[in-house]
Ligand binder design. Structure first.
Ligand code: ARG
Length: 490
């Protein structure tokens, strides 16, 4: 019932049919390379929906590089005259400069960056421009452009994450001896050094960089030669084009090559996870700069004031790092949803990948650089951090392990210290101030030297397993990262 009523309503409200005999374009010279309607001009409403130049103009450099490599290969294979290829390559250099200077006028009827480049080329070299597109389709062309873009985007994001790692490692080196509580559930748990804490973020960023390198490696293949979907009858040299573009090889299935957007999805995932890591660091900036924590003060240049409250100093940098991650996650989901269920091979839906793809790495670069600046210039308050360690509660586990070292099963030790902690709390006394005799009352294996457990620095010194916050271990990790970041500097 309801369904049929809805159907009827839909019929009543059916949009007017597109009229294909619309306005005429002035003269053949200005005519698009015919992408539009099958006969005559496309309806302006279709044009408005189809146009993507406002987004994909960002791909002009990749598009032109690809075209130059393609036409050079065509000449080498004798498919186009060598002199034509030379003219086309030179003219494309000029088109690139015009794009860079913002001198290309966008025309919605030309749809996308590929057609704009080809049209401008035609204006510069006339009929010769027509040789360029032999053996190529916009389908493999856009796939190539995006792969080249992903390669460069991975490098940009990687360099920014490395800059942030350097800032964290540098501040860590300054604060090898600064101790603070490590937290679980945002409750004070056990002592760590500030260096160890900062290095935790360095590790996460290191994995982000490894991921970006992987994404880059998989993206660096040339899809050119896949044509619209089924290759071409022309004797292209796919490997030569790939090599000229600095790519490692060629894709192996033409249907897959024009319809796959994995490189873009993977870049978005790598960027989203990096953004999530940045958001966690951002959240700590927000927390640590509160009066309640007081662990950190941002430099004035990395804080903002309130337009109303004169006393405010706001950690917008951390908040924006949190906020940007939301967008990064949304963009990833948007692209996955676009690709989902598409039949092979190319479908126009894929054009919708531009918005999410094109801004992903830039968002990571902007965020990482601002956070790096904030970390670089912040003041860390070692006194407040040490104060937050409190009076022994963060060392209760050490007291339990004291018993374990003396042959007591851990569960039994845990209970004994639990009773001591409850006793201390009930009497409003810090755990560290219990007497040796009192400890003995909680377990016969406690001796006078249990009191030494409540020295946080000693506790740290005894944590020297790989990955632990002991000072020698942390110094080793700092050196490892200093070396890695020096070697891989771009
Ligand atoms: N602008 C298009 C895109 O990004 C280029 C490919 C167009 N191909 C086509 N068959 N209409 O997807």
């Amino acid at each position: 019932m309801l369904a049929s009523r809805l159907r009827m309503r839909a019929k009543e409200k059916a949009p007017p049919q597109p009229r294909f005999a619309g306005r005429r374009n002035s003269g053949d010279k200005a005519k698009p390379v015919s992408r539009a309607a099958l006969a005559g001009e496309a309806d302006p409403r279709l044009v408005a929906l189809s146009v993507s130049i406002q987004d994909d103009a960002a791909l002009y450099a990749e598009d032109i590089r690809g075209s130059q490599a393609h036409v050079t290969m065509l000449a080498a294979r004798g498919i186009v005259p060598k002199a034509v290829a030379r003219r086309v390559v030179a003219a494309l250099d000029r088109v690139r400069a015009e794009f860079a200077a913002g001198k290309i006028r966008f025309d919605p009827a030309l749809e996308d960056v590929h057609t704009h480049v080809e049209r401008r080329l035609g204006e510069l070299v006339g009929k010769d421009a027509g040789y360029l597109h032999a053996g190529r389709s916009r389908n493999d062309q856009v796939a190539l452009d995006e792969r080249l873009f992903v390669v460069a985007a991975c490098e940009r994001a990687d360099a920014a994450l490395a800059r942030l790692q350097r800032a964290l490692v540098r501040r860590g080196r300054e604060h090898e001896r600064t101790i603070l509580p490590g937290y679980t559930h945002l409750q004070r748990a056990q002592p760590v050094s500030l260096a160890h804490h900062l290095l935790a973020h360095v590790e996460a960023l290191g994995r982000d960089r490894e991921r970006l390198a992987e994404v880059r490696r998989r993206a660096a293949l040339s899809p050119l030669g896949s044509g619209a979907l089924a290759g071409t009858t022309l004797p292209l040299d796919r490997e030569a084009t790939a090599a000229a573009l600095g790519l490692a090889g060629v894709t192996q299935n033409s249907l897959d090559a024009v319809s796959d957007r994995d490189s873009a999805v993977e870049l978005l995932f790598a960027c989203a996870l990096a953004a999530v890591h940045l958001s966690r660091l951002g959240e700590e900036i927000v927390l640590w700069t509160t009066k309640e924590f007081g662990f950190m003060t941002l430099a004035d240049a990395f804080a903002t004031g309130s337009s109303l409250m004169p006393q405010k100093k706001n950690p917008d940098v951390g908040e924006l790092a949190r906020g940007r991650a939301g967008r990064a996650i949304g963009d990833l989901v948007a692209l996955l949803a676009t690709v989902k269920s598409l039949p092979l091979s190319y479908n126009r839906d894929l054009q919708e990948d531009k918005r999410p793809l094109l801004g992903a790495a830039d968002a990571v670069v902007l965020t990482a650089d601002a956070v790096a600046g904030a970390i670089d210039t912040a003041t860390f308050h070692a006194d407040r951090m040490e104060e937050a360690l409190g009076t022994g509660e963060a060392l209760a586990t050490d007291a339990a392990e004291y018993l374990v070292e003396r042959g007591v099963p851990f569960r039994e030790a845990h209970e004994a210290v639990g009773r001591a902690a409850a006793f201390a709390t009930a009497h409003g006394r810090p755990l560290a101030r219990l007497t040796a005799a009192e400890w003995k009352g909680f377990h016969p294996r406690f001796e006078r030297d249990v009191l030494r457990c409540f020295d946080a620095r000693r506790s740290l010194r005894r944590r020297e397993l790989v990955g632990a916050p002991g000072p020698r271990q942390v110094a080793r990790q700092l050196s490892r990262w200093e070396k890695a970041l020096r070697e891989r500097k771009r």
